[in-house]
Write a protein that binds this ligand. Structure first.
Ligand SMILES: [Zn+2]
Length: 288
């Protein structure tokens, strides 16, 4: 009996250790995810500090800075170097946000939170996944974490304001890609004018399964429908996204080219892409 109990205890411990391990999925097929990209000023107090494809944004304010997304775990050094190259200090980061709780945007979040002691704010639908390192993700659901867990200091709901210094961002709950995928809408200013900036989380479909075959996310079909509708109605002056490829970063900004917010203004490409995603969604729904 004693022996059986001991064995049981031993197995449980192995399972717990296994569940706590962080195994980042391979990014081998996406070399652009890790490729460095020179940081630059997008518009006013909004800067690009990510890799060639994993978009990370720094918003500077009179009360410290806001960092949105952190790429892979290995992106940490690039992001910190990019912020420094722009003349800012990583330690001035006060708020951390993400557009979705996937490892390619959350990878370096825990490390950067440790360095900055900034507050992590997460959409209500993704808060649990942020806190457990992807363990409870509806699609990647496995027995290992895909990124280091991050303590959530504030849970955000649709329409919530995130304020810091002279800045106010509005969170737009855009679930589907993850349960708490979200976009951010805010105004940035340069010495000529202000720009309404949209950082959009495009509702691409992650799962190969039928929506009806995902018991861990029963509302997935309705969430995508809601998000597609909500995203069609958005008005903005410039738009960006979670991946550079989604808004053609490499086409719109050549490294070293001069300051040009207008490069990110083409709203047609945004609405075209949303229409394409709507068509993909409709096809998936029709195929059931
Ligand atoms: Zn994703």
């Amino acid at each position: 009996m004693k022996r059986t109990l001991f064995l049981l205890f031993f197995i449980c411990n192995i399972l717990i250790v296994q569940a706590q391990k962080v195994v980042e999925p391979s990014a081998e097929k996406h070399p652009e995810w890790s490729r460095p990209f020179p940081p630059f000023q997008i518009a006013g107090n909004l800067y690009y500090v990510g890799t060639a494809d994993l978009a990370c944004y720094l918003i500077t304010t009179s009360g410290g800075n806001i960092l949105i997304n952190t790429g892979l775990a290995s992106s940490e050094t690039q992001i910190i170097a990019n912020i420094k190259a722009l003349g800012f200090r990583i330690t001035d980061t006060k708020i951390l946000l993400t557009t979705q709780a996937h490892f390619d945007h959350m990878g370096a979040m825990a490390a950067i939170k440790k360095v900055t002691k900034a507050k992590m704010m997460a959409d209500e639908g993704d808060a649990a996944v942020v806190a457990d390192g992807g363990l409870s993700d509806y699609d990647l659901k496995g027995d290992v974490r895909t990124f280091t867990p991050v303590k959530v200091d504030r849970i955000l709901h649709n329409g919530d304001s995130i304020t810091l210094g002279n800045m106010k961002l509005t969170l737009l709950h855009h679930p589907g890609h993850t349960k708490g995928s979200c976009s951010y809408l805010f105004d940035v200013k340069d010495n000529k004018r202000s720009y309404r900036a949209l950082i959009a989380n495009m509702p691409t479909i992650v799962t190969d399964k039928k929506f009806s075959a995902i018991p861990s996310y029963p509302g997935i079909a309705n969430d995508y429908a809601y998000t597609l509708k909500a995203m069609k109605g958005l008005k903005f002056d410039i738009w960006l996204a979670s991946h550079g490829s989604q808004f053609d970063l490499l086409g719109k900004h050549k490294p070293g080219s001069p300051y040009n917010p207008a490069a990110f203004a083409d709203e047609k490409s945004y609405y075209d892409e949303i229409a394409e995603l709507q068509a993909e969604y409709d096809k998936k729904i029709a195929a059931k």
